[in-house]
Design a protein around this ligand. Structure first.
Ligand code: ADP
Ligand code: MG
Length: 420
């Protein structure tokens, strides 16, 4: 180790209490400290936040962190503040602040106290803020959830598209883009839109060897099938995703009637009920949460043993994110999806009200889900290929962890049936 490496290990320990970097963190941090544009692609839970937090804490000036969700920004600011005796070390700048609070934020930045300033992309469009940020030293701009830039991502946000222009007004500052969802197409889009083809790119593997992938044909007996599955995993925690709130309610009820402890979760429930149901799941007062995709952001329950998709998701990115909530602790995680072409048509119908360009992208993403559901090849290989990653389905880690590999479809038999 050279002195620089010793230095950042020391800082890691000092601020975060960790003795080791996770995955590619050290390389990423070195790139940022070298003031290079940097692009980080790591799965959820990979430790992306630390990649910009640590260099921000070490360097002179304030790092701007762009993040799409106010709740997530607040969490991060609280976490950073808990590492320091100075509240001013991290701030959020947004429209909910009072004049006095804004004055305090500006004062802390000007005095050099603030190392991390979290902003929502729409706040950055405010001229007043931009003018202020031009007048203070900025160490770098980190763009978290950078896939929001791309229409090909699963969470496109138009405000993200203006970021590059605003950052240009701040002078020459390095840009760090971070995302957990980068198909090669989204990746290209991000680099192009941020005008950083020169960026040092760091991509971690997306393989989750402890997850078992399975797709079953959706039939009328899906409910009894799910009940049987859960009873085979008695006492284990699991999530069931459904497309509609109505379905969430009815499945939760069917499970309860059948003696399974389950609660519903969707955006139609009031905040108090949602929080209560989430806590019940986290505290293991119930085994199963039946939910729409509203459930899961920032949920960090390590021992979720299964994730069931009652309906297929709208993209493989969503599928990967949602199934990724299983087996965080490295233990078994069973990912079971039910598939019927009727559901595909339903999703297509939902999209038909949207602008044509959006529809086309939506259909294309959905076709990938269909191909995944219908494939007879290794599902892991298929998924990883979608994320631009090579996987050897014979020797790769977790190679036999899917239904297609364990029970190959017998092509010969199928042919014989056709002949008959
Ligand atoms: P991401 O943004 O990539 O989804 P986070 O930044 O939220 O991931 O980090 C996920 C978890 O990993 C957090 O609980 C964080 O404290 C932990 N973590 C990050 N870096 C390290 C490390 N070097 N050693 C141990 N735990 C780490
Ligand atoms: Mg993150």
């Amino acid at each position: 180790m050279n002195s620089n490496e010793i230095e950042i290990h020391k800082e890691l320990k000092k601020y975060f209490g960790f003795s080791q970097f996770k995955g590619l963190q050290e390389q990423v941090i070195t790139s940022i400290l070298d003031e290079k544009n940097t692009f980080v692609i790591m799965p959820t839970g990979g430790g992306k936040s630390l990649c910009y937090q640590l260099p921000a804490l070490i360097q002179e000036g304030t790092a701007i962190v762009v993040s799409p969700l106010i709740a997530l920004m607040k969490n991060q600011v609280d976490a950073i503040r808990s590492l320091s005796s100075e509240n001013g070390i991290a701030h959020v700048l947004n429209s909910s602040l009072t004049k006095t609070e804004i004055a305090q934020v500006k004062k802390d930045i000007t005095s050099g106290l603030t190392k991390l300033l979290y902003v929502a992309p729409e706040s950055l469009t405010k001229e007043e803020y931009v003018a202020f940020l031009q007048s203070v030293p900025i160490s770098f701009v980190a763009i978290d959830e950078a896939h929001c830039i791309s229409e090909w991502g699963h969470d496109f946000r138009p405000e993200y598209r203006n970021l590059r222009n605003i950052i240009k007004q701040l002078g020459k500052v390095p840009i760090i883009g971070l995302t957990a969802t980068a198909t090669p197409k989204v990746q290209e889009d991000i680099l192009k839109n941020l005008d950083m083809a020169d960026a040092n790119t760091f991509k971690a593997s997306f393989n989750r060897p402890n997850l078992y992938y399975e797709v079953r044909t959706k039939t009328k007996s899906i409910e009894s099938d799910i009940i049987r599955f859960i009873k085979q995993h008695k006492g284990k925690s699991g999530i069931i995703y459904c497309l509609s709130r109505k379905k969430v309610e009815s499945i939760a009820e069917v499970l309860q009637v059948n003696g399974i402890s389950a609660v519903p979760y969707h955006a139609g429930l009031d905040a108090k009920t949602r929080a209560k149901h989430q806590d019940m799941f986290l505290m293991e007062d119930v085994d199963v949460v039946v939910a729409t995709i509203a459930f899961g952001m920032g949920i960090d329950k390590p021992d979720v043993r299964f994730v069931i998709h009652h309906d297929i998701p709208k993209s493989l990115e969503s599928y990967y994110q949602e199934t990724g909530r299983a087996g965080r602790d490295g233990g078994e995680g069973h990912c079971l999806a039910y598939y019927s072409y009727k559901d595909v048509e339903k999703l297509e119908k939902f999209m038909s009200g949207k602008p044509v360009a959006e529809q086309e992208i939506g259909f294309a993403l959905l076709q990938e889900v269909v191909a995944y559901a219908e494939t007879s090849m290794s599902r892991r290989k298929f998924l990883l290929h979608y994320f631009g990653e090579e996987f050897d389905s014979e020797t790769g880690e977790g190679a036999d962890m899917d239904d297609n590999v364990r029970n190959p479809k017998h092509k010969v038999e199928a042919k014989e049936q056709v002949v008959k």
